[in-house]
Design a protein around this ligand. Structure first.
Ligand code: GFB
Length: 317
């Protein structure tokens, strides 16, 4: 496999290094021998502020940028705060992607999400399913912002030949995730619910929706390795999926989480909460053809994430 770009010896800016994916990219970058990994906290730099980002990039001169910063959240947060999910992400993408280009950043990797695909996209979802049908209404605001980010990279590539690419990870989980029940994704929510129910000796725990939707879940360290692989081996105009090829129902996931946590109560569904897209399974053939393979099974990943949760959150739960 021919390596197109190197990270070795480069000044690499990870935008969003405090988030779950940003943290995992920083961990994974260690093995790539970059000259320096650059980061900026939210207090140091508001990534939505185009002038501030421009000044920061001019001062720090990165060669490579990973854009892992975004306003993100689970199905309820997306559904409740459409304005923030749309505006914050558009502002941040414009400031960082356009700013990087103006600052002569040679390589940029923009991170999106599997929700960019139409609600009823054929499964598994290949890259060319983009913009072939209506989006899932609970997260169309976030999806539109992420599609715009893909288009920003494509516009700069088409007009100026920029080596800017977009990678679309499937649903992620792992250490550093958000475990707040109102804003989190399903895995941290179920982990917290099962843990709290176990500690309280509660007879049951509740899952949102019907339990029937299917999702594909990837450990964030696998995702970071896929992102770095794409950074080195992919320079296409189209975005590239990062998936693993298997999915489970939310009920199956809940049962697996309960098993990992050691909670033996009953499982109850709450039909007043949204199901979202019926199925989201990625076609990861493009990245696989470039020699990448995920390593961490769902059970193994859930077990290590639960260990992390117990160490970092459970005491305050
Ligand atoms: O992870 P999640 O919030 O995101 O929900 P999406 C996945 C499924 O789990 C939905 C169900 O069918 C939820 O109804 N679910 C069951 C729960 N119990 C719970 C719970 O306690 N908390 C949560 N959060 N879900 C998001 C998008 O969609 O996925 C974003 O809104 C983004 O835009 C992200 O793309 C990856 O997969 O439905």
């Amino acid at each position: 496999m021919q390596q197109l770009h190197t990270l070795a010896g480069k000044r690499v800016f990870v935008a969003g290094h405090r988030g779950m994916v940003g943290q995992a990219i920083v961990r994974a970058l260690g093995a790539e021998n970059p000259a320096e990994v650059l980061t900026a906290t939210r207090n140091e730099l508001d990534l939505r502020d185009r002038a501030a980002v421009k000044t920061w990039l001019a001062a720090h001169k990165p060669d490579v940028v990973f854009l892992a910063a975004a306003r993100v959240g689970g199905i309820l947060a997306n559904d409740t705060y459409p304005s923030e999910f749309l505006f914050d992400n558009l502002e941040l993408e414009t400031a960082v992607i356009r700013g990087a280009f103006e600052a002569d950043v040679e390589r940029l990797v923009f991170l999106g999400s599997s929700c960019i695909y139409p609600k009823m996209a054929p499964q598994p979802m290949a890259e060319d399913a983009l913009l072939t049908g209506p989006l899932e209404p609970t997260n169309e605001w976030y999806a539109i912002a992420k599609i715009a980010g893909i288009k920003m990279c494509q516009a700069l590539k088409r007009q100026y030949g920029a080596h800017y690419i977009s990678v679309m990870p499937t649903n992620l989980y792992g250490p550093g995730d958000n475990f707040d029940l109102a804003s989190s994704h399903v895995i941290p929510a179920l982990m917290r619910k099962a843990h709290d129910a176990k500690v309280a000796g509660a007879p049951q725990m509740v899952i949102w929706g019907s339990g029937q939707p299917r999702r594909e879940f990837m450990h964030v360290d696998d995702c970071a390795s896929g992102i770095l692989h794409a950074a080195r081996f992919y320079d296409g105009y189209e975005h590239i999926n990062i998936g693993l090829g298997t999915d489970v129902t939310i009920r199956e996931l809940a049962e697996l989480v309960m098993d990992v946590v050691g909670y033996t109560g009953a499982l109850v569904t709450d039909p007043t909460k949204p199901d979202g897209t019926p199925r989201k399974l990625m076609d990861g053939a493009r990245l696989k053809a470039l020699g990448w393979q995920h390593q961490i099974s769902l059970r193994e990943g859930l077990a290590s994430t639960y260990d992390w949760f117990v160490e970092h959150h459970a005491a305050t739960a």
